[in-house]
Design a protein. Structure first.
Length: 102
């Protein structure tokens, strides 16, 4: 995205793709949320709690671990933006930050 254009080597702002990328992300998010809320009442709900060693519990545990890792990566990637609230010229985290968490 163009928000991290000055601190990220993966930014598409130099190619002039900022508006297209932002529009794509907005459309995908809105369509996904729209479909979720449209079909929310039809989602099945379990009648009883699953056991700890069941396939369903392990799947949910794995998904939660991926979610936490994703949130840490988002926090690390967004640290230059968050850092601007406290210092003039924030620096992105070192590579070891990502290696430690993954």
């Amino acid at each position: 995205s163009g928000i991290l254009g000055s601190s990220s080597v993966h930014s598409f702002v130099d190619l002039g793709l900022y508006n297209q990328l932002l529009a794509f992300m907005l459309v995908v998010t809105l369509v996904g949320l729209g479909l979720f809320f449209w079909r929310y009442k039809e989602l099945p709900s379990p009648e009883k709690e699953s056991k700890i060693l069941s396939r369903e519990f392990m799947t949910v545990t794995g998904a939660m671990m991926l979610l936490i890792l994703g949130l840490v990566i988002i926090l690390g990637t967004s640290s230059p933006i968050i850092g601007r609230l406290f210092v003039e010229n924030p620096t992105p985290p070192e590579i070891s930050f990502y290696n430690t968490w993954s």
